[in-house]
Structure formats: structure tokens, C-alpha cells
Write a protein that binds this ligand. Structure first.
Ligand code: ARG
Length: 464
């Protein structure tokens, strides 16, 4: 069938191998709805511009709507050997309504057709992913809200560094996912230009109105230049980059969940719904889900690199290489949406062992910096001198097998007479955490301010 529609100069049936390489229907059938909506807008504009008759338009409109129903009801099988979704739908239309179907492709090429379909698909997915990100942010906010006073060791180099609270740790991820949300929504500003009516590469001599189709399809306006429009896949690269970056964030959180659920940390327990067993070791409960989220991040990077590579050598304008834009995007979108859904559910249902987190704060002299800060603030010592005094205090504490936070005022004073005994209370881990009260810092108060500002941001989004 595809040979008849779009192969005026080809006299032989395509080789089976060509079809296997060339046909995109097996994967681009996902675009059926966008293709039909795009065609409906195009046909309406053709009628309004008197390029086709009203009768032809009515027939086309009815035919396309029937095809939409047939596909959604599983009555039109999209597993045939048509070249792609565009040819499959046009072929079926002509089968259904005859000659008017053959007029639909006036002033249009598959080059602008696929560009508009794919833009609408990516635009929709940007919205789906943005909404899931908001859900994830709300889940993390809830956890943060309940744990602004739960101590855990803040780390650098995966070594205990300073006491922080678990809410603050969650808010770090909220900040990352907020940036992700903004990237997906910003991309939709740039995507929102319609390439429809660009035809093959140079526009068309027919008196079309691209503003009309752009408006009908919810675009801000038509694209500027047709040569660019039929070969531009920046919007696909953007969603791939946005997904890759978001997956990197998901992967970092997953890595922490894996560490935290190990017996060495014991900070969290994933619910049994999100853990798996071992086929040989009966005692095991494995964190396969965060491991898979971490693992799937790899393919999202791969899809981005693939398309960047496909695009890098293409002369203007359309080249069939561009057909390789779709599978990677479909795969990344599926990976992203599934990962987000699973992550939200897993975070909601995991249990948090606040005692284990607080216990871990007694290892590693987390409040050492507080002692140095005290000597600077109260004794007027230069920071570097204070830093060295605290170094020797830590050595002494190690010898006494104590954490610095557990040394008494007398013990501290004995180690160095410049340390007054009343400093001991400042070395308590909770006092230390709350002392870091600067904007964006870890104190309970500051963490609550961060939560409040994100709640306001969420409300503002909902009003828009
Ligand atoms: N299936 C093609 C794609 O996805 C549609 C465009 C084909 N255009 C062409 N001139 N062969 O890119």
C-alpha cells in the first residue's frame, strides 16, 4: 500500500530488507493521535483557505475521526507493512473516503508532518513529566516536614562531617527536582512553534495560513524558517537532556537509599513491596528498585548521546537519519515516567529509623567545627589557630574513646586552657545543627523556611 501512495517513481515492490530498515510504523504508531489531530487542523485550514472544498473537508474530517476510533478500539491494526504512521493513516483514509483523502496532503510533506506530530508528542510528555515531578516534590516535602529535627550525619567524601537534619537532606533533593521541573516547563516555551505548512523544505505556493494551524494545535505561532523547521530536532534533544539530568538526580537519591538501607547505615527500611529476595540466601532483602533506577539512568544518557550523534553531520534539510530520533525519546520518556512513579511510591512507603540516624551522629566528631567557631567568636582566636587546637582536642578525644560532643567542660579545658568549660554545651550535635542558622543552612528554623518557600512556589504554580 505504501508503494502506491508515496512512490511515484518506484516500479518494484520494496525488498523485505529495505522494509525492515526503512519502516518506522512498528514504533512511530505511538504518534497516531498527534498525526490525526495535525491532519484535522491542516484539512480545516485548507478548507478555510479554499484550497479544498467544504465537501472534501467534511469527508476528511469524518474519515480521520473514524480512523481515530478504529485505532483506539483496536479495529485498525497498525502492524501492517506501511512505511510509517503517516502513510498508514493516509492510506486508510483514502480507502475509506476515496478521492478527498488524496487531497489531504496538499501543501504538506511528511517532513513537516512528522515534525509537528513529534513536537506535539514531546510537548505532552514534558507536561506529564513535569506533573510527576511536582508529585515527587510534594512527597519529599512531606518527609522533610516531619523530620526537621531528626539528626543525621551530613557527609563530605562519604565521611561524617557536620550534623544536619533529615528534612534538610530531603530539601536538597527538592531543590534538584525543582530545577528539573523548571527545565521541562522552559523547554515547552521553545517547543511551542508549529512547523506545519513548511512542506518538504521551502514552503509552498498554495495560499496556506500557518498561523491558523499553529493556533488550532495550541502553538504560540508558526516557526520562523522552513528549512530549519523540517530538520530541527532540538526539542527532542532537550527532553532527552532534561530526562538524563533528572535521572542523574534520581540515581543519586537511589544510591543514598541503597546505602541507607544497608546494615552498616540502617537509616531506612524499604517496604517489602519495594524489596526483593535472593534465590539462594533466604535472609536477604535486596534494594533492587533503587538499583534499577540507578541502572536505568545509563540508558537515558545513551539516548541523548545517540541523537546528538545522529544530528551532528546532517546537511540541511530533512534526512532520513532523523527517523532515528524517535525510539530513544520513547524509551527515555517511558524510563522517566516509570522511574518517577516508582520513586514516589517507594519514598512514601519506606520507614525511617530516626534513632539510627541520631546514633550515627555520635561517631566522627561532627561538632568539631563548632568548637573552632566558638574559639574564633568567643576567644578572638584566628580561625587557623583554632582549627589546630581543635585538631589536638580530637586526638585526645580519640584516646579517651569518646566523641568530641561527649567531652565534659573540664576535660576540654584541661586539653587546652583557652577553651572555657562552658563551651561543652555548644558541642551537642543538636545545638550544633541549630547553630547553622544562616539562609539555606541546616538549622530546624532554616529548614522550615526552605519548606515554606517551596510550598509557596507550589501554590503559585497551581494558581497559574
Ligand atoms: N517516518 C519518517 C520520519 O520519521 C517521516 C518523514 C519521512 N520523510 C521523507 N521525506 N522520507 O522521519
Amino acid at each position: 500500500m505504501s508503494k502506491k501512495i508515496a512512490s511515484a517513481r518506484i516500479s518494484q515492490e520494496s525488498s523485505e530488507l529495505l522494509k525492515k530498515l526503512n519502516n518506522s510504523l512498528p514504533f512511530d504508531k505511538v504518534l497516531y493521535k498527534e498525526d490525526i489531530i495535525g491532519s484535522l487542523a491542516h484539512a480545516k485550514m485548507l478548507k478555510e483557505q479554499n484550497i479544498i472544498s467544504s465537501e472534501d473537508y467534511v469527508a476528511i474530517e469524518q474519515g480521520l475521526n473514524q480512523i481515530l476510533n478504529e485505532i483506539e478500539e483496536g479495529k485498525f491494526d497498525l502492524n501492517g507493512d506501511e512505511e510509517d504512521i503517516h502513510m498508514a493513516i493516509e492510506g486508510r483514509l483514502t480507502q475509506l473516503i476515496g478521492d478527498p483523502g488524496k487531497r489531504l496532503h496538499t501543501a504538506r510533506s511528511r517532513n513537516d508532518q512528522v515534525a509537528v506530530d513529534f513536537r506535539m508528542f514531546v510537548r505532552k510528555q514534558n507536561r506529564v513529566i513535569s506533573n510527576l515531578l511536582l508529585e515527587l516534590i510534594e512527597t519529599l516535602l512531606d518527609i522533610a516536614n516531619s523530620h526537621t529535627d531528626t539528626l543525621l550525619p551530613g557527609m563530605t567524601h562519604l565521611q561524617h562531617a557536620q550534623p544536619i537534619n533529615f528534612g534538610y537532606h530531603m530539601m536538597a533533593y527538592v531543590a534538584m527536582f525543582k530545577r528539573d521541573y523548571e527545565r521541562f516547563t522552559d523547554s515547552n516555551e521553545r517547543i511551542n512553534y508549529s512547523p506545519l505548512g513548511c512542506a518538504a523544505l521551502a514552503g509552498t505556493p498554495h495560499p496556506i495560513d500557518r498561523d491558523k494551524t499553529a493556533k488550532e494545535l495550541g502553538f504560540k505561532e508558526p516557526t520562523l524558517n522552513c528549512l530549519d523547521s523540517v530538520s530541527d530536532r532540538d526539542f527532542a534533544l532537550e527532553i532527552l537532556f532534561n530526562i538524563a539530568t533528572m535521572m542523574m538526580h534520581i540515581s543519586r537519591l537511589s544510591e543514598e537509599l541503597i546505602l541507607w538501607s544497608s546494615s552498616e547505615f540502617g537509616f531506612i527500611k524499604l517496604s517489602d513491596r519495594h524489596a526483593t529476595g535472593s534465590s539462594i540466601m533466604p535472609q536477604k532483602k535486596n534494594p533492587d528498585i533503587p538499583e534499577l533506577l540507578r541502572g536505568k539512568t545509563g540508558r537515558s544518557y545513551g539516548n541523548l548521546i545517540s541523537l546528538l550523534t545522529v544530528m551532528k553531520g546532517l546537511p540541511l534539510a530533512y534526512n532520513k537519519d532523523t527517523q532515528e530520533d524517535k525510539e530513544g525519546v520513547f524509551d527515555s520518556v517511558e524510563t522517566a515516567t516509570l522511574s518517577l512513579r516508582v520513586l514516589i511510591e517507594m519514598m512514601e512507603q519506606m520507614s525511617i529509623d530516626t534513632d539510627a540516624m541520631e546514633r550515627a551522629c555520635n561517631i566522627g566528631h561532627l561538632s568539631a567545627t563548632d568548637l573552632a567557631d566558638y574559639l574564633v567568636k568567643e576567644e578572638g582566636l584566628p580561625f587557623r589557630d583554632a582549627y589546630h587546637i581543635v585538631g589536638s582536642v580530637v586526638n585526645q578525644a580519640e584516646e579517651l574513646s569518646k566523641d568530641i560532643s561527649k567531652l565534659t567542660g573540664e576535660e576540654l579545658h584541661l586539653i587546652d586552657s583557652r577553651i572555657s568549660p562552658n563551651v561543652a554545651k555548644f558541642l551537642d550535635n543538636r545545638v550544633s545543627m541549630n547553630a547553622r542558622d544562616s539562609k539555606g543552612g541546616t538549622s530546624t528554623k532554616s529548614t522550615k523556611a526552605q519548606i515554606k518557600s517551596i510550598k509557596k512556589w507550589l501554590e503559585d504554580i497551581k494558581i497559574q
